[in-house]
Design a protein. Structure first.
Length: 344
């Protein structure tokens, strides 16, 4: 993986590096073929072949208009002169454009926009995570307490209400049910559980919602600030910024503890952070053994930040230039520990 700085790749010519890595010829590159409207679209995993050039593509996606087909080119180079046929029932076509220059991408919708077969996705959803092989969405402005999950291993299928335990599911048609509060964050931990951090409450989904999963309350009095205002430490404890400051939920869910209540009792009033104007991001710093909390004003990048030390149980203020106001935090766990660190 890397950042393409010039040209386009193909599956014909060898690639060499400036280090001691072995040379190779790519066996597949992403590509998009543009064409006239197809009577019948080619479906995922169909193999497209342009006989005159010996070019082949494994289809991944076709858009709603049936004028673009995306996939992985595995041999040859497509041209805009000769016909392309498929291994399935899709209509043959002659490409009008061949695009392999990164980035090659398509809009995320249900497959080919076919609502009768694949259901419908919410028009807007500002929260996303993966849970038990399902793409999970929330943050729908029209239904703020609703959550949606795709079919297992198929992010293009949102057909709810079928009897298949692998099918898509939403809160209003699952035994687990909807959240009774505005969902502000989705926090999944592997396949163990999914936490819904809401405006004034916290809920946890255990198990699969189509196969006997349950939605249980963790707190009736504490909410979460936003989508990025949480992190885990290396002991599976969860930390989040809530309605009273910085909290910790133990890995066994034995309780929720407010870490700022006694030492920084006025922190909420002093910071006056609002989800509509501020972003709060958090990250676990493995090197310093603590939690970084970054509070940034979206309008100008001005920021107020804290480091909570596991060693001293104390809070230490940190500051960054307005030009570097933190919008996200990620720990880069490099193989070479020299380069491993918290990226802010």
């Amino acid at each position: 993986y890397g950042y393409v700085t010039a040209g386009t790749w193909d599956v014909t010519n060898a690639v060499t590096g400036n280090g001691n890595g072995s040379g190779f010829t790519p066996t597949g590159i992403n590509g998009r073929l543009t064409h006239a409207v197809l009577a019948t679209a080619h479906v995922a995993d169909d193999v497209l072949t342009q006989a005159s050039t010996s070019a082949t593509m494994i289809v991944e996606y076709t858009d709603v208009e049936k004028t673009h087909t995306w996939g992985r080119i595995t041999a040859g180079t497509f041209n805009t002169t000769n016909s392309v046929t498929g291994s399935g029932s899709g209509t043959a076509f002659t490409p009008t454009e061949v695009n392999t220059r990164p980035p090659v991408y398509y809009d995320w919708t249900v497959y080919q926009g076919d609502a009768s077969t694949y259901g419908t996705m919410p028009e807007k959803a500002y929260l996303i995570c993966v849970y038990r092989g399902r793409l999970t969405l929330a943050g729908d402005p029209q239904y703020s307490n609703q959550w949606y999950m795709s079919a297992v291993a198929n992010p293009f299928n949102f057909l709810y209400g079928t009897d298949d335990p692998m099918s898509a599911v939403a809160g209003n048609n699952a035994d687990a049910g909807q959240c009774p509060d505005i969902v502000r964050s989705l926090i999944s931990f592997h396949d163990d559980y999914l936490i819904f951090g809401c405006a004034s409450t916290i809920w946890i989904l255990r198990g699969d919602p189509v196969a006997g999963g349950s939605l249980d309350n963790l707190s009736d009095t504490t909410g979460m600030f936003g989508a990025n205002s949480w992190c885990f430490d290396d002991m599976r404890n969860l930390y989040f910024w809530g309605s009273g400051g910085l909290y910790m939920i133990k890995s066994d869910f034995s309780g929720i503890r407010n870490l700022t209540e006694m030492v920084l009792p006025n922190i909420i009033d002093n910071e006056a952070a609002d989800p509509s104007t501020h972003r709060i991001t958090m990250g676990y710093d493995k090197k310093r053994h603590g939690i970084v909390v970054a509070i940034t004003l979206l309008a100008d990048g001005s920021n107020s930040n804290y480091f909570y030390s596991f060693k001293t149980k104390g809070f230490y203020q940190e500051s960054y230039p307005n030009q570097c106001g933190p919008y996200s935090i990620f720990y880069y766990d490099a193989n070479n520990t020299t380069y491993a660190d918290l990226l802010v």
